[in-house]
Design a protein around this ligand. Structure first.
Ligand code: FE2
Length: 279
């Protein structure tokens, strides 16, 4: 799989955390003990470490992880799991991911989101002689569901989405429902916060546990709380970071990562990180 750059920069992370704190620039600067000028220099891309550490403490972020992002020193290890494919498509000025998993024996497959278009996903279905059984939606933001029509016209797949975020072309489920495709089992967990019905799909039956998380969590960041930032943080902690450390995480934007790497490097979860700045 191609390694996609991180979705969010240190500035994006700071902006999301500041928005959640409801502090103005002037209030944040005073509370953190930095000057407004330094805040602006950080926004312009200068990795001013002492200031970043003060801002991190003020915004409940991991200081070490934030400095690492500012230094552009975090890049999650490339992950490859047989029976898992990632598709990265352009949607306006951004890119978005969709995913496919399949049972190597029965060839039954499950797709997660469509991205901007499902050309690559459908090509992989055909190339591997797969039978697409389900299209499961992580949420219904336009970049994730842009090509549902193609899946419906080209396959017999059933489309499903959380009952908290209905979609006209999808059936609705309550979190906790289980989907099966051959020997694969897909458990559904509510990761509400970024969107009302945001769902994380936990797949077992491949060589490693895999979770498709949509925009709940990104490598080195998270999707932000369009509905509730507090809920987004809490559901990430409870529903995603409790998975095994070797669980491969498949975000809606940016590269694949793992639970273990995000515990060590994601600034939104400082409780897992050491206080040392030397690593
Ligand atoms: Fe989204």
């Amino acid at each position: 799989m191609v390694l996609i750059p991180l979705e969010d920069s240190v500035v994006d992370v700071l902006n999301k955390a500041q928005k959640a704190s409801r502090l103005s620039d002037a209030e944040l600067a005073i509370k953190a003990g930095v000057t407004l000028e330094d805040l602006h220099r950080i926004r312009a891309g200068e990795p001013l470490e002492p200031c970043l550490l003060r801002l991190a403490a003020c915004l409940s972020l991991g200081g070490v992880a934030l400095v690492q992002l500012a230094r552009k020193a975090y890049c999650p290890m490339a992950q490859a799991v047989e029976g898992l494919a990632q598709f990265n498509t352009h949607f306006g000025d951004m890119t978005v991911n969709s995913y496919l998993v399949w049972d190597l024996q029965s060839r039954e497959a499950v797709a997660f989101d469509t991205g901007a278009n499902a050309f690559g996903l459908m090509a992989t279905v055909r190339k591997n002689s797969l039978q697409l059984k389900y299209l499961l939606l992580t949420h219904t933001h336009g970049d994730h569901v842009a090509d549902v029509d193609r899946i419906l016209s080209d396959t017999k797949a059933e489309v499903w989405v959380s009952e908290k975020e209905p979609h006209p072309q999808a059936k609705s489920f309550a979190a906790g429902r289980v989907f099966e495709a051959g020997r694969l089992r897909v458990d559904t967990r509510s990761t509400t916060g970024h969107s009302p019905g945001g769902t994380t799909y936990v797949i077992s039956g491949l060589a490693r546990p895999v979770a498709v998380v949509g925009d709940a969590l990104f490598a080195g960041s998270m999707g932000g709380g369009k509905v509730s930032f507090a809920d987004a943080l809490e559901t990430n902690r409870r529903q995603i970071l409790t998975l095994p450390d070797d669980c491969v995480l498949c975000p809606g934007h940016g590269p694949l990562t793992t639970v273990g790497e995000e515990k060590r490097h994601n600034p939104f979860f400082p409780e897992f990180q050491s206080l040392s700045t030397s690593t």
